[in-house]
Ligand binder design. Structure first.
Ligand code: DAV
Length: 392
């Protein structure tokens, strides 16, 4: 699986020239089980009336058509000279049990981004935030051992596994806040601005996809899938090497994974401003906007998602903003979903070359092109792109 070229675990940014990457696989994928941190929503009013959220394995033909698009991504990357690694799927259709809880089945290994992150020469296994994903590090262990043997400078870190006991989740979250029983707009607004999500702060819990890298700085979203305790764990773990910033997006009712909200594409250089794609429905706080702008970054709102991709597939649990879930090959080249034509135009205007690939069949497995990859090696360094501190 690994090519002969020596692999160096190294990724400080989202945009350094990509050398080695993991692309997920849909084999054996299941529906995510309902549990305190997850309530399934069927995106079709008629089916929703007739059917409860399903359990168990997805249909083989649904898995096969997702695998075709994932395999195609792997081929496109290989042709670009990128070394592509693939996970080793396990049987996800197995009940899992700990001393404290059990769920009917696991999920899949389509989205390594959610579970694993490379920061510099470290790879961190996230705790995950949902029971059905507790063991999702397992399909990546073969890759981890191969990297461990190939690069003697690699550091392997695993964040402390949370219990995922019921008291880690805000009881009643779904009925009080996130449902049609919501009492009033006022209550919703208040909860949003209190940043009260389903995870409470009793234990460290995060998904790796809530993190985005910009050299010496990383930005972590406080969300449904990452609590403040986890951001503090990252801050202490990376102290002296990386500055860890917390971002909050008060207009996002259910924030989960930062890569559909804030996507850094290229850094500021003396002759041009840096570019970060932003989500027009999920603006940054003013203080954060100022921080990016003061440091030479331009914040560029993406266009509305394509009407071909939205409404989302019936069992897709991500938002329409998968439209902006793209993968950078280098500072000038990005891989984007083929139907997102308005986004292609914007990116080309900004000077990027766009490589378009079909990916809609992967959406219901947890994400789009960025979600289903995990960069191991990029040509980049811990450069400091944020010399101007936060204004008080
Ligand atoms: O906006 O629904 C989805 C990201 C999935 N990994 C969103 C984020």
């Amino acid at each position: 699986m690994l090519c002969n070229r020596a692999i160096k675990v190294n990724a400080w940014t989202q945009w350094g020239k990509l050398k080695t990457v993991v692309v997920g696989r849909a084999d054996s994928a299941c529906f995510q089980p309902e549990e305190p941190a997850f309530k399934g929503k069927i995106n079709n009013k008629i089916i929703e009336k007739e059917l409860d959220w399903p359990l168990g394995r997805k249909k083989q033909r649904v898995i096969d058509r997702a695998n075709n698009q994932l395999d195609n991504l792997a081929i496109v990357l290989t042709r670009l000279g990128v070394n592509v690694l693939r996970p080793s799927p396990i049987d996800f259709n197995r009940e899992i049990k700990t001393p404290l809880w059990q769920v009917n089945n696991m999920f899949c290994c389509v989205c390594p981004r959610d579970v694993m992150i490379t920061i510099g020469n470290s790879i961190i296994e996230a705790t995950m935030s949902k029971r059905g994903r507790f063991f999702e590090y397992l399909p990546y262990r073969d890759i981890m051992y191969k990297l461990w043997d190939a690069d003697h400078y690699m550091k392997w870190k695993a964040a402390p596994k949370p219990s995922m006991n019921s008291n880690m989740y805000w009881e009643g979250y779904w009925s009080k806040f996130n449902s049609f029983n919501i009492k009033s707009e006022d209550e919703q607004h208040k909860l949003l601005h209190d940043y009260k999500y389903v995870l409470n702060e009793s234990e460290i819990a995060f998904d790796a996809a809530d993190i985005t890298r910009c050299g010496k700085d990383i930005f972590v979203q406080h969300s449904m899938t990452t609590n403040l305790r986890a951001i503090e764990w990252l801050r202490r773990e990376l102290d002296g090497l990386i500055r860890v910033h917390t971002l909050k997006f008060p207009y996002d009712r259910e924030p989960s994974h930062i890569d559909c909200t804030l996507v850094p594409l290229r850094p500021p250089r003396s002759e041009q401003r840096g570019v970060i794609l932003t989500n027009p429905e999920r603006p940054l706080l003013d203080k954060d906007k100022k921080f990016f702008k003061d440091n030479g970054w331009e914040l560029v709102d993406v266009p509305m998602p394509s009407k071909i991709n939205y409404p989302m597939p019936t069992f897709c649990q991500s938002s329409k903003w998968l439209s902006m879930n793209l993968l950078s090959i280098d500072e000038n080249t990005v891989i984007v979903e083929e139907n997102e034509k308005d986004l292609h135009v914007l990116l080309e205007k900004l000077g990027f070359e766009t490589i378009k690939i079909p990916f809609r069949n992967v959406f219901e497995f947890g994400g789009s092109i960025h979600c289903s990859t995990w960069d191991i090696e990029r040509e980049d360094s811990s450069e400091d792109f944020f010399r101007t501190p936060y204004a008080l």
